[in-house]
Design a protein around this ligand. Structure first.
Ligand SMILES: Cc1ncc(COP(=O)(O)O)c(C=O)c1O
Length: 317
């Protein structure tokens, strides 16, 4: 059941491929995309403790922010429907003339949508003040769902992976946007006697994410942590394919081949770029021979419909 003790861990899928055997590397995918049909991936992890906090505070619904194709908006709307609380989405951009699959789904789940201009959207505090009057006893969840409760949920992936593997992997790889999910995973890993190497793949152009992650880690960890001399994590900034939500045909081909070869669906904004990067780094010898790598599937498959709607049916479902 949802967020309960009877929660069934998402499976670990083994990948068998000549690129791996050549280097004696074991690669597993932590299939968090299978956690729930619509509240999946890192959204399941991020929403869990926020939902419990909302209940603890006695608040009756959730207000949050996102773009018109946002995985976060999709997941919060679905969580509201499944768990029975009202949801409100403040959406960047004027009302789209043709509603896309993400927003149609959100509305079908009962989410109330408010569209605001891009400039208004930038000022979250002003928006919160404006909409708090309309939704006085609602819980405010930041854009992308990243806060300390989200990190707490993401941290739970680490012991789950160790139990399923029966040992610690050498590496955990995952896609990053705000850096919340990777920060939760790093903080859990750093508590281990021998921390796991964590590699975050930024879906955005630029090299600002490392600083963001450091900020989250400082906010959530004990003071000794930041004094540790050896750092066991890094952010790869070379696999954004031109920037957030940008793409190219080699990426699309990689996603389609991964689906047909391993029956592993990937999205074009986060997980496709991450796994492309993992294979590229394997071929470049970044991971030592005999390494065990777990790549986390953080979900986002709902975005394929919107991508295909905009660019033609390029990604096979
Ligand atoms: C599918 C998917 N993977 C990864 C991420 C990145 O997560 P974070 O923002 O916590 O870095 C996101 C964005 O939230 C996402 O939607």
């Amino acid at each position: 059941m949802f967020f309960s003790e009877n929660y069934i861990p998402s499976p670990l899928q083994v990948i068998q491929d000549s690129r791996l055997t050549a280097q004696n590397i074991r690669l597993f995918i932590k299939r968090d995309d299978l956690l729930h049909p619509s509240v999946s991936g890192n959204k399941f992890r991020k929403i869990k403790y926020n939902y419990l906090e909302m209940k603890r505070l006695g608040l009756k619904g959730v207000v949050t922010f996102g773009g018109a194709f946002s995985n976060h908006i999709h997941a919060v709307a679905a969580a509201g429907q499944v768990l029975g609380f009202p949801t409100v989405g403040i959406i960047r951009g004027d009302t789209p003339s043709i509603s896309n699959a993400t927003l149609t789904f959100a509305q079908t789940c009962g989410m109330t949508l408010h569209f605001v201009s891009r400039s208004e959207y930038r000022d979250k505090l002003a928006l919160q003040e404006q909409f708090s009057r309309q939704y006085p006893d609602f819980y405010w969840l930041p854009e992308g769902g990243t806060n300390t409760f989200a990190l707490e949920g993401a941290a739970e992936i680490v012991p789950e992976i160790i139990t399923q593997l029966g040992a610690q992997p050498d590496y955990i790889c995952l896609a990053c946007g705000t850096g919340g999910t990777v920060s939760g995973i790093i903080s859990a890993s750093e508590k281990l006697e021998k921390p796991i190497n964590i590699v975050g793949f930024s879906a955005l152009k630029g090299d600002f994410l490392e600083k963001e992650v450091e900020k989250w880690l400082e906010m959530t960890s004990n003071p000794l942590f930041s004094q540790k001399i050896q750092k066991h994590w890094l952010i790869q900034n070379d696999y954004h394919f031109g920037g957030y939500a940008k793409w190219s045909m080699p990426l699309v081909d990689f996603i389609n081949n991964t689906k047909s070869q391993f029956n592993l669906p990937l999205d074009p904004v986060y997980t496709g770029k991450m796994l492309f990067g993992v294979f590229d780094l394997i071929e470049k010898g970044f991971f030592p021979k005999h390494s065990t790598i777990v790549a986390v599937h953080t979900g986002g498959l709902q975005g394929i419909a919107g991508f295909n709607q905009r660019f033609g049916h390029l990604i096979y479902l």
